[in-house]
Design a protein around this ligand. Structure first.
Ligand SMILES: [Zn+2]
Length: 394
């Protein structure tokens, strides 16, 4: 072979090799297969971007939001690793312009989860990549940013709650793609309404655990809860954004919109349901008394009204949280009382429309789930006590 021919051959081989490595970039929705395992994203709540095979037991997965309008850094991911044989899988989460946030969790069944050990997660200095080491045996391993609390999980929970309490389960309306949005209400004939809303933001799973704990206490067997449910009509919407949850979104519904920036405009079908509900309650002579919207962020906190925005009952949120605090030594939280702003979120909207205590209940992303539920039960007890006290004074 002449030197020129040899050079041309090498160039051709290099070209083939580079094409081959490009062809291993597998788009979301298609199985990404190494010689030892496959990466699947074929289930409710799944999300991954393109997947690149890097070797027999190594892949790089791009972690990408649902649409280009997403601004909030909530880098949700969820996929399954299906082994061809036992191996130690290396999965590089490539956040590109975003940063690693959630402690990756694994599950053998998609139901029971545990966080990956700290030494199995290597985060790059700039936070743009996290390399996971995951031991695979013969069985599928689920990997996700948080537990998969999908619409099906809500369906099961709601059915169980309706069966065990006297709560009334009904269809609130439909999402953009026709998924049912449910409401789970008390049966009081009281005209005083407390509204609870959950899961406007899909990845906010710790907030879902708080919602469950709070709700189960309000609808529990205690005499306090029974008395509360006599005095107040509780309307609850556990999952306002089922499309976002089912599609593994970071923030939006399928209308490229943050639902918690659409209270006021009400242009999305999901938030439109809220407007229709409130208008009907007003027309029928009901009085909103309190509003709680459940979310997650990097630590436990409550967004409430500042003193410049008096509520009816006065100082309710501060008194409520102060009453709960001594009972929650191992659940640190802050009360972030903020002047009402123009942000079209539920808290601002409900305060402006009704002047009531209007609260965003935020749980830290990684707070222990049992502790989150237990704390939510205490917040619910103190909430019920205080609202009943004010009702008795009227
Ligand atoms: Zn949120």
């Amino acid at each position: 072979m002449t030197p020129i021919k040899r050079t041309l051959t090498l160039l051709a081989l290099a070209l083939v090799a580079s094409c081959a490595s490009q062809s291993t970039l597998i788009p979301a929705g298609s199985t990404c297969t190494t010689t030892t395992f496959a990466v699947l994203d074929d289930f409710s709540g799944a999300r991954r971007g393109a997947c690149e095979v890097r070797g027999d037991n190594s892949v790089r997965i791009e972690i990408v939001p649902e649409d280009s309008a997403v601004q909030n850094p909530s880098p949700w991911f969820a996929f399954k690793l299906v082994p061809a044989r036992a191996t130690s899988a290396e999965v590089v989460l490539d956040y590109q312009s975003w940063k690693h946030r959630y402690v990756p969790k694994t599950s053998a069944d998609g139901v029971h989860w545990s966080p990956l050990a700290a030494d199995a997660v290597q985060v790059s200095a700039n936070g743009r990549r996290a390399t996971l080491s995951i031991a695979l045996g013969n069985e599928t391993v689920w990997v996700a940013a948080h537990e998969l609390i999908t619409p099906t999980v809500y369906d099961d929970w709601e059915a169980r709650m309706a069966a065990r309490s006297n709560a009334r389960l009904s269809v609130f309306g439909e999402s953009r793609t026709g998924r049912k949005i449910m409401r789970l209400d008390g049966t009081s004939d009281s005209r005083d309404v407390v509204l609870l809303v959950g899961r406007q933001h899909p990845p906010e799973v710790s907030g879902a655990f708080a919602f469950f704990g709070f709700w189960e206490t309000v609808f529990g067997d205690s005499s306090l809860a029974a008395r509360f449910r006599e005095h107040f009509q509780v309307i609850s919407i556990p999952l306002l954004n089922p499309d976002g949850v089912a599609n593994g979104h970071w923030r939006h519904n399928l209308g490229r919109t943050d639902l918690n920036r659409d209270w006021g405009p009400f242009v999305q079908p999901e938030t439109q349901l809220i407007k229709t509900l409130l208008d009907k309650l007003d027309r029928d002579g009901y009085r909103l008394r309190a509003f709680i919207d459940f979310h997650s962020t990097n630590r436990n906190l409550f967004y409430t009204q500042a003193d410049t925005d008096p509520t009816d009952p006065p100082n309710f949120s501060r008194d409520w949280l102060d009453a709960a605090r001594p009972r929650l030594n191992d659940y640190p939280f802050t009360n972030e009382d903020r002047p009402t702003s123009d942000t079209a979120n539920g808290k601002n909207y409900m305060y402006k429309r009704y002047g009531i205590p209007s609260v965003t209940y935020e749980v830290g992303d990684e707070i222990d789930r049992a502790a989150t539920r237990a704390a939510a039960a205490i917040f619910a007890e103190e909430f019920m006590k205080l609202l009943l006290q004010h009702a008795d004074q009227q």
